[in-house]
Design a protein around this ligand. Structure first.
Ligand code: ZN
Length: 251
């Protein structure tokens, strides 16, 4: 394939929200082991912010949400702690301004979810539930063995990755962290929508809406939506589902 063509198709996709959801299994937890080793599936109390949400309709896209062996990817300790990447000391003044614009976009996105699930920004990454990084999501080109040509994956604006762990001190609880990587090379409005969309995944909306009016639609190329009532109806329904997260593992 002509290399120029590869580069062009990459650039055409760069302003779309094309995101990837990744599940990392920590082998020390062995989520594939017998289910009896895992905390039981139970429902947490519905957070008060979601109890108070009354949508005009019940429309939602809950059937698009993928449950995991760990159950629905629900937070049960509030406020949810969010770490936002900080700039390196060696950035140029222009680079620093761009970085600060990115941080501003992240804070606007956090504020837009805050009425529905309480979030708080913290400075230490090792204490965070959700970590947000300003860097290119990994794009790996692979050679197609049949044609000998490169298969170029669709360029990604962002990825959200979930990892599981057990709390150190007994009784050991199954918990999770979410890491978001956001391609910084987008206009400010796209960045805000892109990060708002990824935060939706990190809050538990592990799937995509089929409706272009929702912020959790899988791809936006022209119109930039805000969080919709269907997004919140879906979030509320997810938080009424069973999960193993936040519950104690049997001894
Ligand atoms: Zn997505």
């Amino acid at each position: 394939m002509n290399p120029k063509r590869i580069i062009k198709s990459h650039i055409n996709f760069i302003s779309l929200i094309v995101c990837t959801l990744i599940i990392v299994v920590n082998f020390s937890i062995s989520l594939n082991a017998k289910e009896s080793n895992l905390p039981p599936l139970k429902v947490h109390p519905l957070p008060i912010t979601l109890q108070q949400w009354k949508g005009e309709t019940q429309d939602n896209y809950f059937k698009e949400i993928q449950p995991h062996l760990a159950g629905y990817l629900i937070w049960s300790h509030f406020p949810i702690k969010v770490y936002i990447q900080t700039p390196d000391d060696n950035l140029s003044p222009a680079g620093l301004t761009q970085f600060q614009q990115w941080q501003k976009a992240v804070r606007i996105s956090i504020e837009s979810w805050n009425p529905y699930l309480p979030l708080i920004e913290i400075e230490k990454s090792d204490k965070a539930d959700i970590l947000i990084y300003r860097r290119h999501p990994q794009i790996k080109a692979q050679i197609n063995p049949e044609t000998g040509l490169y298969n170029l994956p669709r360029a990604k604006a962002a990825t959200t990755t979930v990892k599981f762990y057990l709390t150190q001190t007994p009784p050991k609880q199954l918990r999770h962290t979410m890491s978001i990587e956001v391609n910084p090379h987008q206009t400010f409005d796209y960045l805000v929508t892109n990060i708002t969309h990824e935060l939706g995944h990190a809050l538990g909306i592990w799937g995509h809406s089929l409706n272009t009016n929702d912020v959790m639609y899988h791809s936006h190329s022209q119109e930039i939506p805000a969080i919709s009532p269907q997004d919140i109806n879906t979030l509320k329904k997810i938080y009424q589902q069973p999960t193993r997260l936040g519950w104690v593992r049997p001894v």
